[in-house]
Design a protein around this ligand. Structure first.
Ligand code: LM2
Ligand code: CA
Length: 491
């Protein structure tokens, strides 16, 4: 389950967190900017909770049924998105919540509750009834563990982490054949709709054996879209920064894992807790938890840790965030996921809904320069000029090794073997140096702070001589990037 199923030169996905089911983004933007896939928020029915004239984003992580009907849209809208995105070579990866249903005690059997609820349910302790799946109380882990995972379990008790409730969420027992069948039926319906794969939520909280048994039951992807004998892309949400009872190595036989060690290393370097020169070895064997290329999904931040207080990088950091993403996209390690957020001031804040009925999620509006209009509430990091240029840079350099690596204190530079060149200067003064770029002679436009539009470069121009050498100035706390696609006058 480790094939990316994306086109060769589009090995980057974007998490359009909480977006509606929109094909427009695939058609109008993603296909032209090197993006190969979209991770969509859980498309199935979920609870609705109303607080202070808002519905928190995390209702999506409390399923009430597997009907494709959510705050992001209806089943018909989901299908329309999958069809139209596939048509322009952009794949859909579904965030799939299998570990649990709703939080215990949140009783509601009011079917008219909000736009996403057609299914009745009762999540009270011991009742645990979800007739639209169907699940009943015997499908949950209560006989094995009737309570929450404790903090100490993460270090000492792997069974509890998998059998007990994750912050009160009713925990499904995947040893049960019936529960497996329901999960397999759900994922199969998504495959039949034409999706390319899954981000499995809370995989740490499910036994790898159970997951394997379910994944092996899945059909191949649709041959009319993906060709014959293609397996779904599977990435397991497993947070393993070391020192825990459950390790990412338990999951690599059944897919990739979300490599939280990657973004942490990049953030630490950008914040100068370590040296960006050290990023020259960020890959298999770098510190704890960085396994092989085909094992990892790498990212700078995700929808959870962008809300934490840790010194991560998020859109709120502006330039540092651009640097972190630029390095990730220029570097060779792993399959990449770019985060795309809505702006938030507090942890639970729901997505912009522009006054739509039933708190249905709204959509961004766009500026003439193709970024999102901040007034619509969406950040759209994936459309930031630097990030969209660097995704194209990555696409242009796909399959090319990092060579000619140069490091100085707080500085790193490397070529992508005849296709591209990247340098990051995290020091406080300009970096002036001659580099071997490996690129053909010519004038190139900087893709980090500029953009080549026709034959006009909106940023710094770099001249490469016949030996592939160039004298480059990288401003303090900035990067520079150029590639065969930013050669002025064509490649
Ligand atoms: C994940 N990955 O493994 C998701 O990335 C993460 O966003 C989910 O938590 C988590 N696992 C469960 O799917 C989020 C959010 C929590 C929220 C849950 C469930 O971070 O805050 O918990 O979704 O919606 C909420 C309340 C919490 C309450 C719980 C159950 O915040 O206080 O616990 O519901 O009622 C009593
Ligand atoms: Ca579990």
């Amino acid at each position: 389950f480790d094939d990316s199923n994306t086109l060769f030169d589009r090995q980057t996905m974007v998490h359009l967190f909480e977006w509606r089911h929109v094909a427009n983004e695939c058609e109008n933007f993603l296909q032209f900017n090197g993006y190969g896939a979209v991770q969509v928020s859980p498309p199935n029915e979920h609870i609705m909770i109303y607080t202070n004239d808002d519905v928190p984003w995390w209702v999506r992580y409390q399923p009430v049924s597997y009907r494709l009907n959510s705050r992001s849209g209806t089943e018909a809208q989901f299908q329309n998105m999958v069809d139209r995105c596939n048509k322009v070579g952009v794949r859909i990866i579904v965030d799939s919540v299998l570990n649990h249903m709703v939080g215990v005690g949140q009783k509601s059997d009011d079917p008219g509750h909000g736009s996403s609820g057609t299914a009745s349910y009762d999540g009270r302790d011991g009742i645990e009834s979800f007739p639209a799946v169907p699940y009943s109380s015997t499908d949950f882990h209560d006989p094995v563990c009737h309570g929450d995972i404790q903090d100490s379990d993460y270090q000492y008790n792997a069974n509890n982490v998998r059998n007990c409730r994750l912050s009160g969420l009713l925990d499904l027992n995947h040893a049960s054949q019936h529960v497996r069948n329901m999960a397999v039926a759900y994922l199969t319906s998504l495959i039949n709709a034409g999706v390319a794969g899954f981000r499995l939520d809370a995989s740490k909280h499910m036994f790898p054996d159970d997951l394997q048994a379910m994944l092996e039951k899945l059909p191949n992807l649709r041959a009319d879209i993906f060709g014959t004998n293609q397996k779904p892309f599977v990435v397991h949400e497993v947070i393993d920064r070391g020192g825990e009872a459950i390790k990412v190595t338990e999951y690599i036989a059944i897919g990739r894992y979300t490599n939280f060690n990657f973004g942490a290393a990049v953030a630490s370097a950008i914040w100068k807790q370590s040296d960006v020169a050290g990023l020259s070895t960020l890959g298999p064997g770098f510190g704890y938890g960085n396994l092989d290329d085909h094992d990892v999904l790498n990212f700078i931040d995700n929808h959870d840790n962008q809300r934490d207080d840790q010194p991560y990088l998020t859109y709120k950091n502006g330039d540092q965030y651009r640097m972190g993403n630029a390095y990730m996209l220029a570097w060779t390690y792993g399959y990449i996921r770019v985060m795309s957020s809505f702006a938030f001031d507090f942890h639970d804040q729901g997505p912009p809904n522009m006054g739509a009925p039933n708190y249905a999620t709204g959509s961004p509006t766009f500026n003439p320069d193709n970024t999102c209009d901040a007034r619509s509430g969406w950040v759209c990091e994936h459309r930031w000029p630097t990030i969209r240029q660097m995704v194209q840079f990555r696409a242009a350099c796909q399959g090319r090794a990092a060579t000619e690596i140069v490091t100085e204190s707080n500085r790193i530079a490397f070529a992508r073997e005849q296709n591209g060149f990247f340098a990051m200067n995290n020091a406080d003064s300009d970096w002036n140096r001659q580099f071997d770029t490996t690129l053909p002679a010519g004038s190139y436009c900087d893709q980090y702070d500029g953009e080549l539009k026709g034959s006009m470069c909106t940023g710094q121009t770099i001249t490469i001589d016949n030996d592939g050498k160039a004298s480059v100035r990288i401003p303090a706390r900035a990067c520079i990037a150029f590639s065969v696609i930013s050669r002025i006058g064509g490649r």
